[in-house]
Design a protein around this ligand. Structure first.
Ligand SMILES: Cc1cc2nc3c(=O)[nH]c(=O)nc-3n(C[C@H](O)[C@H](O)[C@H](O)COP(=O)(O)OP(=O)(O)OC[C@H]3O[C@@H](n4cnc5c(N)ncnc54)[C@H](O)[C@@H]3O)c2cc1C
Ligand code: SF4
Length: 474
């Protein structure tokens, strides 16, 4: 057990973030690590609860109290060994997981939770530095061949586990680089891309094979995949962004957030972006429509591109500062938060709808917005209505649509294979992650809809376990 009185003696200390005025000048990661001794002290705050709710809150059921104990006792190697039992790539979750574990930490009932995510990051980064993370290829190959379609966190976790179980795995990726939204989506200032390359290097040494720039269903036909492989896992994410159906949508200067963020990732990676295709916030009034994480990433990117102003619009009510009675611990708190990007500048408006996009000479220059209210309807849900006489215009030279993603891409692979979809338009599967097509499995956002990296890991791992069982039963 960690220090039984650690939580009484030591207060929560978060990682240091680089000063906002300096970090907006570059795309380097904003978060810095605490010194080793302070990190070990933070681990001493874990109470090793009889029922560790953090473990319940973590989708991959990380052995949190167990590795906190090792960390507190300076046994970083054992901490790493425990950590890697339940999660393939903690260097990603350690950087960008919203940490549902911390929301359900028992300390969070009346105090600050343990710094679980940051401790996880410290363990894995220390493990890389100390050389504990070494290629560990399987000793025996089963002779079974599996294709994993998509190299986002779900595809990578699934492929990693299948490879470790001795199957021969090929990962097909449509984009020119591996990682899904880890690579093209999440900004470099939250997750530097060398972290993905470092892990891919190890996976390759372990025998995993990757083909980038290959869209399954287009560059390799779906019937060829079926013939060539003993099983397939479709982990293609939800990649259809939600659109805004209002007048003026067609004007130049209105873009999906993910296109904008991807282009900036490519720019940081040294790709040449043609001037006529460049989407930039420089000297522009930027309006981000959508108050979530993707919207926040657009705010951080726009500030780095020297926008004249940045405004983020959210249609929902402003969340309360504290938990409400119907949102108690240990559930995820629906409370007001400010991301590191939002701290860097910009305005936020809640309960605001966009009525029209206005422009001149084919380019956006204003948005017409109005206030809305949300009332409980007779059916129990909430209904939105516009507040009369609140319509107004705001400056907008660049509009970024960050309203989430609707469903999986149906054209191509999914339709060709005749895969059944859920009522939400995502891939349907049985409790073993197998679709209606024998031997074709799924995982991640493609199955559950837009979610989190840690859920993609969990599903990739589960899917791999079921594929293994299917192959070996065969
Ligand atoms: C901008 C942004 C920021 C985010 N920030 C966070 C965050 O901070 N924390 C967090 O936990 N989550 C975050 N998320 C959500 C998280 O990234 C996703 O939940 C996660 O990436 C889903 O993983 P996945 O493997 O299911 O799909 P994806 O990451 O979408 O990967 C799917 C992959 O499949 C490939 N593909 C698609 N079709 C084909 C085909 N036919 N053939 C071959 N390849 C194909 C795609 O190119 C892609 O690489 C963010 C998402 C976005 C968009
Ligand atoms: S993966 Fe996320 S939820 Fe799980 S322990 Fe790490 S930070 Fe917490």
């Amino acid at each position: 057990m960690t220090d039984p009185q650690g939580f009484l003696k030591v207060g929560r200390v978060d990682n240091i973030y680089r000063p906002t005025d300096i970090r907006v000048m570059d795309y380097d990661e904003v978060e810095l690590q605490l010194p080793v001794n302070e990190r070990e002290l933070q681990a001493s705050r874990c109470m090793d609860c009889g029922t560790p709710f953090c473990h319940w809150g973590c989708p991959v059921s990380n052995l949190i109290p167990e590795w906190q104990d090792k960390l507190h006792k300076s046994d970083w190697k054992s901490a790493y060994e425990l950590l890697q039992k339940t999660i393939n790539f903690p260097e990603f979750t350690g950087r960008v997981c919203p940490a549902p574990c911390e929301a359900s930490c028992v300390l969070a009932i009346n105090a600050d939770s343990v710094t679980i995510r940051a401790n996880e990051l410290a363990i894995i980064e220390h493990a890389f530095e100390a050389g504990y993370v070494q290629p560990n290829p399987p000793l025996v190959r089963t002779g079974k061949k599996v294709a994993v379609i998509g190299s986002g966190p779900a595809g990578l976790a699934c492929a990693d586990n299948l490879n470790k179980l001795g199957h021969t795995v090929m990962v097909y990726e449509a984009a020119d680089a591996l990682g899904g939204y880890l690579r093209y989506g999440i900004p470099d200032f939250k997750l530097k891309k060398s972290v993905i390359d470092r892990r891919v290097g190890i996976l390759e040494l372990e025998g995993l094979e990757f083909k980038t720039g290959v869209e399954a269903g287009v560059d390799i036909a779906s019937d060829e995949l079926i013939k060539k492989y003993d099983a397939i896992c479709i982990a293609i994410g939800t990649r259809i962004p939600r659109d805004l159906q209002v007048e003026g949508r067609e004007l130049k200067g209105v873009h999906f957030a993910v296109d904008y963020l991807t282009q900036q990732n490519k720019d940081v990676a040294g790709h040449e972006i043609r001037a006529q295709e460049r989407i930039t916030a420089k000297d522009k009034h930027v309006v981000v429509i959508g108050g979530g994480d993707t919207g926040s990433d657009c705010v951080g990117t726009s500030n780095r591109q020297a926008a004249k102003s940045v405004t983020q619009l959210e249609i929902l009510l402003e969340p309360p500062q504290e938990r409400t009675a119907n949102n108690p611990w240990p559930l995820w708190p629906h409370t007001y938060t400010t991301s590191s990007s939002q701290k860097e500048g910009g305005e936020r408006h809640f309960s605001t709808t966009t009525k029209k996009i206005l422009g001149g000479n084919g380019r956006v220059n204003k948005l017409s917005i109005a206030d809305v209210t949300w009332e409980k309807s007779e059916k129990g849900g909430f209904e939105m209505s516009e507040v009369p006489d609140t319509e107004k215009e705001i400056d907008a030279d660049l509009v970024l649509l960050a309203m989430g993603f609707v469903h999986v891409m149906k054209d191509g692979l999914v339709n060709d294979l005749g895969i059944t979809l859920s009522s939400r338009g995502n891939i349907q599967c049985d409790e073993n992650y197998m679709t209606n097509v024998d031997g074709v499995f799924t995982a991640g956002d493609a199955k559950r809809g837009p979610s989190l990296i840690v859920w993609a890991f969990q599903e990739g791992r589960e899917s791999a376990g079921n594929i293994h069982k299917y192959l070996m039963d065969e």
